[in-house]
Design a binder for this molecule. Structure first.
Ligand code: F6P
Length: 549
């Protein structure tokens, strides 16, 4: 059993941080013209610039020692080899196997799961072809024009984010819609935009028991049954699930059920049949490129020395700030409109995975884990919360995700500004502005010296605020696949260091457990479990005012 905070290297990192004090990155850049090239790594898909971090060679050495002290290499092997690393559910986490183009045999409980994966992919491909060619049609014979994904969490965020990001690679004119929350407004909004005769509904739910998803699915099935009778279900509804039984009970026909397995976590499932809406949009070839990009990153992660390993370094930098600088928040800022949903995708990926307070040994964790992930597409955040990043009192490391080529054809004028905006934010965070610089600027602009002296105080920007730049050449399926896999592995490495099981989510389960009792009470039935007075008070008030409405 590893007691992290008692490891000598943990203590060394703490004293190294204290010795580093306020040493300023601005000075390091001024003294070392090679800092960018020293701290930049590149794969075919991503350039990773980590030069604007409060690190020296000594810091990195200690961080790699920390990784070795928790036996990171053997944990990586356990991940790829399908060990039951999700110890509380006794499951493997084999999302990496889903994107192996060679379908290398991998045995799980005496079964070669690569055969199942290949079969699932074939089924997806055939289905996509049938929809695209019009072989599969709705109950009245119309070909499909709309796809409605009914799912939440990992059964929603991945397909939605990727479909937005890769819209440019669409090979069909299918319109994708997503219904996630149980708020009927959302469902009704979608209904306004579809033609029921030409709509395919995908019920995406690993468990096929998530209340929001089933409520929406039942409502939509009722709506379609009323229009087209029994044929509605067999023609318009398919399911992606690990619980085929429940989908069958719902009325989905066997050939319309796409499998999922317990060794694919919801937030790691975009590579599985949960990615079906994406494959319907971008076609099989692009979907395969998406998988290939993720696989390339898997190989990088698995085979590269830690000091050249992008996810390992990205993760260690996060640990450095969280556990030794007290940073609690991580901003992720994609300077690409098409990546605007990446933030909520990564919120689930990071916070549901590593937002834990109990370690793999069952003990309370005495150090911070998982940062709070927030962000906004660039440049929007600059005109909102970036003020706090520059002059606020919190240290908030930033990942800037930049894309060199625009998604728009022959576009350069906007793109140059977009890229320059991201880079200037990274520079401003790093350099800041001294009192002297502010004073000189103000007097040069003609301000009287007394006023300039007073105003210069307000314009001091401390700088020394860390950021990484992840630069993609363009937003292709391959590069997006690699980017997502990079974050997945970053999360894995941090979980390994923090001694966390990154693949369960018991905190989420509690809400699901409490809901039925509260729902009964909301509906006016007697609660079967004790309910606190605040909840009861609000339920009573809700009943009063909802009647009025
Ligand atoms: O939010 C909790 C969670 O269990 C996620 O991990 C999962 O992605 C989501 O609910 C949806 O679950 P399901 O796919 O089983 O409906």
């Amino acid at each position: 059993m590893i007691n992290l905070t008692e490891l000598p290297v943990w203590q060394h990192l703490a004293s190294h941080q204290a010795e580093m004090g306020e040493s300023h990155m601005r000075d390091w850049f001024d003294q070392d013209a090679q800092r960018f090239s020293r701290y930049t790594l590149q794969t075919q898909e991503i350039l990773f610039d980590y030069s604007r971090n409060r690190i020296t060679e000594a810091t990195l050495k200690l961080l790699f020692e920390l990784a070795n002290s928790v036996q990171l290499s053997s944990k990586i092997d356990a991940l790829f080899n399908g060990h039951a690393i999700n110890i509380t559910e006794n499951r493997a986490a084999l999302h990496t196997a889903l994107r192996d183009p060679l379908h290398t045999p991998i045995m799980l409980d005496g079964e070669n799961i690569s055969i199942k994966i290949a079969d699932m992919r074939k089924k997806m491909q055939q289905f996509v072809t049938d929809i695209h060619t019009g072989k599969r049609r709705g109950a009245t014979g119309k070909s499909f024009k709309h796809i409605v994904n009914i799912g939440i969490g990992g059964s929603y965020l991945g397909p939605k984010m990727c479909a937005q990001a890769l819209k440019q690679y669409a090979v069909s004119d299918l319109q994708l819609h997503f219904i996630s929350s149980v708020d009927k407004t959302h469902l009704n909004e979608v209904l306004k935009h579809i033609d029921a005769e030409a709509t395919l509904f995908i019920i995406s739910s690993k468990s096929f028991s998530t209340l929001e998803t089933l409520t929406n699915a039942n409502t939509l099935a009722g709506f379609m049954l009323a229009k087209f009778g029994k044929a509605a279900l067999s023609h318009h509804f398919i399911a992606v699930t690990a619980c085929a039984e429940k989908a069958l009970q719902f009325g989905i026909t066997e050939e319309n059920i796409f499998p999922l397995w317990d060794w694919v976590g919801g937030r790691y499932s975009i590579w599985s049949a949960i990615g079906l809406p994406l494959m319907l949009l971008i076609g099989e070839a692009h979907f395969n490129e998406f998988l290939a990009g993720a696989h390339a990153l898997d190989l990088h992660f698995k085979h590269t020395e830690f000091n050249q390993n992008i996810p390992v370094i990205l993760a260690l930098l996060g640990v450095w700030y969280m556990n030794f600088f007290g940073a609690k928040v991580q901003a992720i800022i994609p300077y690409a409109h098409r990546l605007k949903s990446l933030i909520s995708y990564l919120q689930q990926a990071e916070m549901e995975s590593n937002g834990k307070g109990i370690n793999i040994h069952g003990s309370i964790i005495p150090y911070a884990t998982s940062p709070v992930i927030f962000g906004e597409e660039g440049c929007n955040g600059q005109h909102a919360y970036h003020q706090l990043l520059h002059q606020g009192q919190h240290l908030i490391p930033v990942d800037f995700i930049l894309v060199a080529a625009s998604s728009e054809e022959n576009e350069i004028s906007h793109q140059d500004i977009l890229l320059a905006s991201g880079l200037s934010q990274a520079q401003a965070l790093m350099r800041g502005k001294t009192y002297q610089e502010a004073y000189e600027e103000l007097t040069a602009a003609g301000l009287n010296p007394d006023y300039a002296k007073a105003l210069a105080n307000h314009q001091i920007i401390p700088g020394n605020r860390p950021s990484n730049v992840l630069l993609l050449e363009r937003l292709t399926p391959r590069n997006l696949g690699a980017l997502i896999a990079l974050y997945e592995h970053k999360i894995f490495v941090q979980g390994a260091i923090w001694q966390i099981n990154s693949f369960d989510q018991w905190g989420v389960e509690l809400g699901k457990q409490l809901l039925p009792t509260i729902l009964r009470c909301v509906k006016g039935e007697a609660p079967t479990q004790p309910i606190d007075s605040a909840t009861l008070g609000l339920i009573n008030h809700y009943k009063k005012i909802s009647k009025v409405l």
